[in-house]
Design a protein around this ligand. Structure first.
Ligand code: PQQ
Length: 250
């Protein structure tokens, strides 16, 4: 077998999964705002800005999942995928992720209105989240499933917050952490489904496997830009003595 043919061989299922997992090196857990958050270095105002901005991602996720459902003709996949929407919206009297996030907002000292009005959301966060939703509207459903695979890395960052916040930010009410606790189990289940679709669908050729890695990189970029935008919006920057306007005026 010559080198050219060799390069075009698909990776084995295990190798392909390993390549996807290695992408975790670019996860937003390593973004300066998340490192500072973990180390207890954020001010109350910065944490509030993070929670208020991230709310836009939280409400975008069910829209993204509804777009995936609308593109997916496979009933068995839809039956499993639909749970992601009820996880966030709530069902049968149970608090969903969106409500739990609003409660997180209240636990860090924001009002419900401050969170849900979206007045504190920066333009960069809107662009990034909208790009993720639009990707799911426009691309084949298997590509959108692949883009959700940053969830492979999410339990680690959620666990970090559960362990560090009570010590680093004792002023945050303890029940504010319930969103992250709830996601620990949900994300593990989601990842099993997302990974099996991705390994199967993109596993057919090296070209498709490489496409899957590109898609995962796109999603890592979405998360990174969200973090960049929040950091900029919550940091005092001065140009020539003129303070940077932290919140856009609509
Ligand atoms: O707090 C985080 O850092 C974080 C990251 C991610 C992610 O990696 O996309 C998700 C979540 N949280 C999350 O709570 C969540 O429900 C979620 C759904 C998805 C998705 O792409 O479908 N990602 C994430």
């Amino acid at each position: 077998m010559n080198a050219v043919t060799d390069n075009n061989q698909p990776w084995s299922r295990e190798e392909f999964e390993e390549k996807l997992r290695t992408k975790g090196q670019g996860y937003h857990i390593y973004h300066p705002i998340h490192v500072a958050m973990y180390e207890g270095k954020l001010s109350k105002e910065q944490l509030q800005a993070w929670v208020a901005n991230r709310f836009y991602y939280q409400i975008g996720i069910p829209l993204k999942d509804a777009a995936i459902l609308s593109n997916c003709p496979d009933k068995e996949v839809r039956k499993e995928w639909i749970v992601r929407i009820t996880d966030h919206d709530g069902v049968d009297g149970q608090v969903g992720g969106i409500e739990a996030w609003i409660q997180l907002g209240e636990a860090v000292g924001l009002t419900r209105e401050q969170v849900t009005s979206l007045k504190l959301v920066s333009p960069g966060v809107k662009f990034a989240v909208d790009a993720y939703i639009n990707f799911a509207r426009q691309r084949p459903w298997q590509e959108s499933v692949c883009s959700s695979l940053t969830e492979l890395f999410a339990p680690h960052i959620h666990q970090q917050r559960i362990s560090s916040w009570p010590t680093m930010y004792p002023w945050i009410k303890e029940d504010g952490l319930s969103y992250f606790k709830k996601r620990l189990t949900e994300a593990r289940r989601d990842v099993e489904q997302g990974l099996s679709v991705t390994l199967e669908y993109f596993g057919k050729s090296r070209e498709m496997q490489e496409r899957a890695l590109e898609i995962l990189q796109f999603k890592l970029n979405v998360l990174w830009v969200i973090a960049d935008s929040i950091m900029l919006a919550s940091t005092d920057v001065t140009t020539d003595g003129v303070p940077y306007l932290r919140q856009p005026v609509y």
